[in-house]
Design a binder for this molecule. Sequence first.
Ligand SMILES: [Zn+2]
Length: 407
Amino acid sequence: MKDKFFYECVDCGKTYDSSQIKYLCTDCEKQNDKNNPPKGVLKTVYNYNELNLKYKQNIYEHLVKSGFIDLLPIKSFESFPFLKVGNTPLYKVSSIDNNDFDFELYIKDDSQNPTFSFKDRASAVVSAFAKENNIDTIVAASTGNAGSSLAGICAAQKQKAIIFVPAAAPKAKLTQIMMYGAQLVPVDGTYDNAFDMSIEATKKHGWYNRNTAFNPLTIEGKKTVSFELFAQLNKNLPDRIFVPVGDGVIISGVYKGFEDLLNLGIIDKIPVIVAVQAIGSSNIINNINSDKFISTPSNTLADSISVDIPRNFNMAKKYIKENFGETILVSDEEIIAASKVLSSRTGIFAEPAASAAFAGFLSYYWDGKFNKGSKNVVLLTGSGLKDLNAVQKIIDIPDPIKPDSKF
Ligand SMILES: [Zn+2]
């Protein structure tokens, strides 16, 4: 039987079959150095023509009925954790001040995943794949969310997780990793140091590696959000989707989901995706139009999107350029202010990286950029409870009063 999917190198186009575990393109990997985003990240490609021939005009109904299994790199849903991953709420918000919008705003709340972040989508697919291939130890480097996610999903799947994190990651994320019973390896250094150590450990011990922009299957998990958006909007495409961007993996996942649907003829275009980066960590947007990559050291309170060398730069750049994506930078002050507006006007408390996407939306809104009747989505990728420190400076918890005081 022909394999369900194969891999294609984003940079050179070389293809690899899926009969064995594959990370980066063998040829492009050799050219990688520490000062540039890695080459050779692989895209997972399915037999779209075959699927179309088989299901013809019923293809979308078939996919929905079968939970999109034909577009996932796993054999059976039984391999997934019992926890509810994905299918998160899409809330319609009609106003954030005293005026009703004349366009539509939808909030995709991915903090409702089991470990409170979008990353569970990727962890679930990687964990399921490991299970189907009889692998019981999965390793990851993480700025916090991917690690806490893998730890939680592995706990549910009776797998062992080993997580390398920069020691400065927010305490809530480190606490989650420990509580889920994973082996935590704090590294006195950056995410890049943690990443390199995790790759070394993978090679040495033969573990399975979940690192994003290294393991191609993480994007396959992340893309499921696009399938959901299309279904939740009653088979309509949004006009714009605001996505927080750090190393470029989530945004590539969002594009990939729509690209799969496009390849099957289910949709006829890819929606406009707005890449939102923090001014203090803008290495994708800054380099998107140049041939030579120049990294500026990152400095933003939005730790989940704080990246010096975006590991999925090449794929993200290609997607954004080919699909006429838009970009916007937001300051840390705008991110925190947006977090407060979102929390106080909708009851949804998001972490700074996620609030960055909402800050991008607000900037468009104040500039009057939304067409009447247009559908706009903001992707919230993590819960505000994961990083309480970030918002401490804008709140002032009142001093306690005596129990017998008059109130
Ligand atoms: Zn290649």
